[in-house]
Design a protein around this ligand. Sequence first.
Ligand code: C5P
Length: 215
Amino acid sequence: MIVAVDGPAASGKGTLARRIARELGYAHLDTGKLYRAVGLAVLRGGGDPSDPAAAEAAAQALDPDSLDDPELAGDDAAQAASKVSAIPAVRAALLEMQRTFAGRAPGAVLDGRDIGTVVCPDADIKLYVTASDEIRAQRRHKELLQRGKASIYARVLQDLRERDARDSARSVAPMKPAEDAVVLDTDRLDAEAAFTAAMELIRGVAARAGGPAGQ
Ligand code: C5P
């Protein structure tokens, strides 16, 4: 069973994906961390994340088992990720490890931007979690303040819009819902309601397939 959870920054997709994985005892991969780690590696090497050669080399050298660096959560890593992720060779270098992860038993939940469209087009369940940019920026701003970080709402909103624009406009694997994705709008659904809706869908699909998640 593969559950694909896509959506823009701060939509709540990561929280939802983690919760689904915990509930079902599945493995979870936050694919944004792969791109963040590549972006951060380029920055730390003094390079430009938009430079295809530097970004491809960092993607090929990536160790998928070393994704717990706290700096990966920061805005520099996010903006660098959004730049390296537009480079086709970077996406190609990270594709196989994502597909291998998706094959884990008894199931896997992957969250990102192109899981339902490119990484796992045959996923059993495809969710696209979204919300207005103002709501998402408010959430990110609040989260930064709670973590004791300096944050200016207008700046957070601008960064998020820039990142969304870059992620949706790129020619390779742009951020968009798969045609067969179920859209969960978290402007209207709180985290609990989104989780309940997602689990109903998953259990419905699993029951039709006779799998254990349906019980
Ligand atoms: O999800 P997160 O905010 O951590 O993602 C950081 C960046 O990585 C995104 O803005 C996007 O550019 C890129 N990304 C991607 N494809 C994915 C996951 C993330 O292009 N599957």
